[in-house]
Design a protein around this ligand. Sequence first.
Ligand SMILES: [Zn+2]
Length: 251
Amino acid sequence: MNMPKKPSKPVKKKQNKTTRTLMADLHMHTARSGDSDISAWNIIEQARAKNLDVVGVTDHNTTKGALETRQLAAKEFPGLIVLIGQEVRTNSGEIIVFGLNTDLPKNRPLVETCKKAKGLGGFIIVPHPFDKIRQGIGSKIIRVLPYIDAIEVLNSKSLWKRFNKRARDFAEARRLPMVAGSDAHIPQYIGSCHTFIEVGKIKPTEKDIYKAIKAGNTAVSGNVVGLRGAGIRARLIKFKRKITGKPKQVK
Ligand SMILES: [Zn+2]
């Protein structure tokens, strides 16, 4: 599948008897992250409104939000494929791990976390690798290349274009699979970035999707929303919770 030169170039979804192009947002946070006010319901609503086929729910250090979203989608939007993800903080930055139902320990060394994730059968995406403001793993990416399945080359919340550009240049130079994600912490920004994934089946399984990404059958597009998507409101909610001592609610 040809990659568009510019991330903003729209990609048409196609479907024939043997292949299908899925529109995915592979990076978003629910209230289970503690810094987002997105509920499982919001994800269903936004996915339906924005014609998404796949959502990757990637809460900070927990799969709870993803599992809740999958459960709700099974009842309310059975056509939606919910990938179980977690954005794990290591002591050198963050990685996204898909395909595990258990939570990986946080604040462990980067290589150790990658090895553990792979040992359990996880699929690893490096989010915003060169975003220095937001826990990118930076040049340490070299150390974990053997464990990485794809690189996020377009993150909707990156404040400076050069962060995404560097990720894209890095992935292109090494011919590594590329994906995009909104990193939404507010419902309306779900789907602000897309990964188009070409799969060889009309009804793909989760494994078919990982296989297609790994094979590089992806294209990325979307908008960078920067600070608007930074979830200032969500952070205020978190702060309010902290001072009022109210437990967080998942709608
Ligand atoms: Zn994130």
